[in-house]
Design a protein around this ligand. Sequence first.
Ligand code: CP
Ligand code: NVA
Length: 314
Amino acid sequence: MTQHFLCMADLSPAKAADLLSLAHQIKRDPNAYRQVLAGQTLGMIFQKRSTRTRVSFEVGMYQLGGHALFLSSQDIQIGRGETIADTAQVLSRYVDGIMARVFGHDVLEQLAAHGSIPVINGLSDLLHPCQTLADALTLAEKWSPAGSFDPGVLKGRKLVYVGDGNNMAHSLLYTGAVFGMDVTIVAPRGYWPDLGVMDSARKVAAETGATLEVTADTIGGVRGADCIYTDVWASMGQEEEAAKRLADFAGFQVDAQMMARANDDAVFMHCLPAHRGEEVSAEVCDGPQSIIFDEAENRLHAQKAVLVDLMKRD
Ligand code: CP
Ligand code: NVA
């Protein structure tokens, strides 16, 4: 059966740890992987804009000996109404894998159902697993003893996500569940994560001992955090709600006062792009606790691991 990467929960806890170790290995010794996907092509469908996802996948494929095609949905026939099912079948005859950034998560499921090649979620309205896999790599590197790498260090650590209960919040819940972390979502009422996602992430958490909480308490929720994470208040596709959201999220900015409530050695993370002065103060975003650019770099290494895992031929 063709394997896909649509959600962190597609990975068993053991598989997720192996993938992080592979990403770390590829990062340390990229030359050993130069030809692993020689002659293979990744089709990259984008219904939304991107800097990190587009560039890191394209560069990643090149560094693995393969090639990537940028397919804006405006420029391919999907934009004129060709079905997702037909697109999946046609692309399966040309390319070896599909990465897609879409609005509806169902588009990814249709690509996976109708195509015969691996499909990777490059962000949907529901989930952003490539980002949180890179985030887990970043935290595991940060918390492993010097000179070593152990994904097991994530277990029992507390990650607090402050902001909109969106695709990032959902993927962080699944990621925390898979790695046995304690994840608290701090969000205003009305912006809490999807209940179905909470339920299914809690099922994974039951296997690993993770705890998953949601609260509107910006004081108690942040206490004891090893990592504070945030994302924009209005995601792509929600531009018209931006003004209302700015008002609704008042008091939820990650600023120095909020960071002071976390553990002393807590790190700050953001998937980027960031809106300084909205979800995070410039002082925190660009301050000493911020690891946002390590996080951005790790998109490349983590995704190369996903590509190798899904596309490498024996
Ligand atoms: N974090 C992230 O996915 O960035 P892009 O939207 O630039 O791809
Ligand atoms: N929640 C954001 C993430 C961007 C990487 C969005 O969907 O626009």
